[in-house]
Design a protein around this ligand. Structure first.
Ligand code: OSB
Ligand code: MG
Length: 371
């Protein structure tokens, strides 16, 4: 499949409500939509880098640079066979997984459109719908958080994740647990703590949480082992797992009992599938994380989450939880059983609302093969 040209669309989209985590607050979400043209077809991929280097070191700015100057020149005018071939071609570029993963997604979309197969079929997904939950950012108060959670539960979300940070942890979690004694509840710290915070966090262990996500630093798998030793609640790693190797290290160190899989963080869907397979073999449950994706990235997450070992609900909510207007014509809705349907069309199964795309574009960069 020869890749003829590409367009990078740097987007900024207003969120329906601000999203606050331990590393900052977003009211508009930036991302880079990658458009690849090949033999008369167009494939789309979403790079989930954000405006600020808060989740990890990448930003939409670094992604535009790495894509334009390093990743795309390696594939434009080139016959790229599949995701593995793409990974081999870009293996000399260190890091920048969010940038690479966006291109790999566009390649899958092209492969599917060529063969008439959905991403779910190509990845080996086994479910037509996926169990989902909602990730709630830090609210103005614990009472406000309970109200927000009640609203989502009312809408049909059967699993809730709340963001925590120092000073806004145990009290918030206790408030939600007291209001909803049977709720499937979990917390996410986004690397905000260190081992000296263990005594302060210990009361979380009494709240019957599904898991505690990424309490410590990204590069500290070993301290997560020490943390896990002190908690009955399963530790789940997000930021720390940057490759299938990291997943193996974490499992062998007993640093976690659950892994959050994000294709972006791992450098591509193919790498997400590898972590999935490894966890299946080692009997670790996984679930699909989210990065406030547009319809493009959400379609990709749903296809990935249809694989067999995604046994915990994913952070993949309905389109209206994020955007009043999305860049895709298709919107995702929550089914009454707290699931979302996996798209069935070729590739990602999505089409672009060109008018919306224009509306949200900060910068558009066409890129052609240098001869
Ligand atoms: O840590 O899971 C995270 C959003 C941006 C960056 C990091 C995270 C998140 C979420 C949102 O929790 C999940 C979603 O897309 O609904
Ligand atoms: Mg997380």
């Amino acid at each position: 499949m020869k890749i003829d040209s590409a367009v990078l669309h740097h987007l900024s989209m207003p969120l329906v409500s601000p999203f606050e985590t331990s590393f900052g607050r977003e009211t508009d979400r930036e991302c880079v939509l990658i458009e690849l043209r090949s033999e008369g077809l167009i494939g789309y991929g979403e790079c989930v880098a954000t405006r600020d280097p808060g989740y990890n070191y990448e930003t939409t700015g670094t992604a535009m640079h790495i894509l334009k100057d390093f990743v795309l020149p390696l594939i434009l005018g080139v016959d790229v066979k599949d995701a593995a071939d793409f990974q081999m071609r870009v293996s000399g570029i260190r890091g920048h997984h969010l940038a690479k993963a966006g291109v790999e997604m566009a390649i899958w979309d092209l492969l599917g459109k060529r063969s008439g197969k959905s991403l779910r079929e190509m990845l080996g997904g086994v479910r037509e719908k996926v169990e989902v939950g909602v990730s709630i950012g830090i609210q103005e108060s614990a009472q406000g958080l309970v109200r927000t959670a009640a609203d989502f539960i009312e809408q049909g979300y059967a699993r809730v994740k709340i963001k925590i940070k120092p000073g806004r942890d145990v009290e918030d979690a206790v408030a939600v647990r007291n209001a909803f004694p049977n709720l499937r509840l979990q917390v996410d710290a986004n690397s905000a703590y260190s081992m000296s915070d263990v005594p302060a966090l210990k009361p979380l262990d009494k709240l019957n949480l599904l898991l505690i996500e990424q309490p410590l630093f990204e590069d500290d798998i070993w301290d997560h082992h020490k943390f896990q030793e002190q908690f009955d609640t399963p530790v789940c790693l997000d930021e720390s797992i940057l490759s299938p190797r990291h997943a193996r290290y974490a499992i062998e160190m007993n640093a976690c009992r659950v892994i959050n899989i994000k294709a972006g963080r791992l450098g591509g869907l193919s790498q997400g599938v590898m972590v999935h397979d490894l966890c299946l073999e080692r009997s670790l449950p996984v679930w699909c994380g989210g990065m406030l994706e547009t319809g493009i990235g959400r379609a990709s997450n749903l296809a990935l989450a249809s694989l067999p070992n995604f046994v915990l609900p994913g952070d993949v909510s309905a389109s209206d939880r994020y955007y009043a207007r999305d860049i895709t014509n298709e919107r995702f809705v929550l089914n009454p059983d707290s699931t979302i349907d996996v798209p069935t069309g070729p590739g990602l199964g999505m089409t672009i609302d060109q008018e919306a795309l224009k509306l949200f574009t900060l910068n558009e960069l066409p890129i052609v093969a240098s001869s």
